[in-house]
Design a protein around this ligand. Structure first.
Ligand SMILES: [Zn+2]
Length: 260
């Protein structure tokens, strides 16, 4: 029996999604494909129909897109999520990005969009997959995202590819939010420390593939590499990798309401 769920990957952007999914089916329990815009969301829903109970879909608008989206484009995304809520397991990725979004005006626009997604999440009772990224000059993406989440009473939150500070991690866990550790843990001592500090019942695994290969900076990443993360975290937490895969799988099934 395979265990482990990659809660955040972009199989659509991998060139050969069917091959990647079939290979993943030999190694994992399930995966969640993330759509960053409507076009990807349509493709993702097709994959979910083709591979039921294995490929799940999440739809949202990446903060970089949200920063320059018109009101009409934003409404289209919100409406799409409402119309397809039965087939979506989460809203995201959505959030705050100071790395790609530099102008003050655009940052404000992205923040307003983020709040709209949180409100929709509450309305539809769908969890959120949160993207947060700092820039050199502004390192508060995680705390700013957390503030907006708590101010707007967000329920069901997964902090995708978490790389905030120890304090931000603690704050997120206190709120009952889940911490998703990406495969970058293979080459990052910071992420090893964050994983050590995350309670097992709040831990999720993801690849963010095709990016964030566990060992090579330029390597192409695949969903099954969460197994590499499980080995590393198992060593840190002094458990068996199988136990990490099972526990994180149960967490994912709970927060996203997956029927697997
Ligand atoms: Zn992503």
């Amino acid at each position: 029996m395979n265990h482990g769920i990659d809660i955040h990957c972009h199989v659509i952007l991998m060139g050969n999604p069917d091959e990647v999914i079939k290979e993943s089916m030999h190694k994992l329990k399930a995966l969640i494909n993330i759509a960053t815009d409507i076009k990807e969301a349509v493709q993702s829903l097709d994959l979910s129909k083709k591979y039921p109970k294995f490929v799940f879909s999440s739809a949202g608008l990446h903060p970089e897109g949200a920063a320059s989206a018109s009101e009409k484009e934003m409404d289209e995304v919100l409406q799409f999520i409402k119309d397809n809520k039965k087939h979506l397991v989460s809203i995201g990725e959505v959030g705050i990005d100071y790395f790609w979004v530099k102008e003050q005006e655009k940052r404000k626009r992205a923040e307003e969009a983020f709040v709209q997604f949180i409100e929709l999440s509450n309305q539809l009772k769908k969890p959120l997959q949160i993207h947060a990224r700092n820039s050199e000059e502004k390192k508060t993406a995680f705390s700013d995202a957390l503030k907006l989440l708590t101010d707007n009473n967000a329920r069901g939150v997964a902090m995708h590819s978490f790389s905030g500070s120890d304090e931000e991690l603690l704050h997120a866990v206190e709120q009952g939010y889940y911490i998703s550790i990406s495969t970058i843990i293979g080459r990052s001592s910071k992420h090893k420390r964050l994983a050590a500090k995350t309670p097992l019942d709040k831990l999720l695994l993801e690849t963010d593939s095709p990016w964030l290969h566990p060992f090579e900076r330029e390597g192409k990443n695949y969903p099954w590499n969460i197994i590499e993360s499980a080995k590393i975290i198992a060593e840190i937490k002094e458990m068996k990798p199988e136990h990490i895969l099972q526990a994180t799988e149960a967490n994912a099934a709970k927060v996203f309401g997956l029927e697997i």
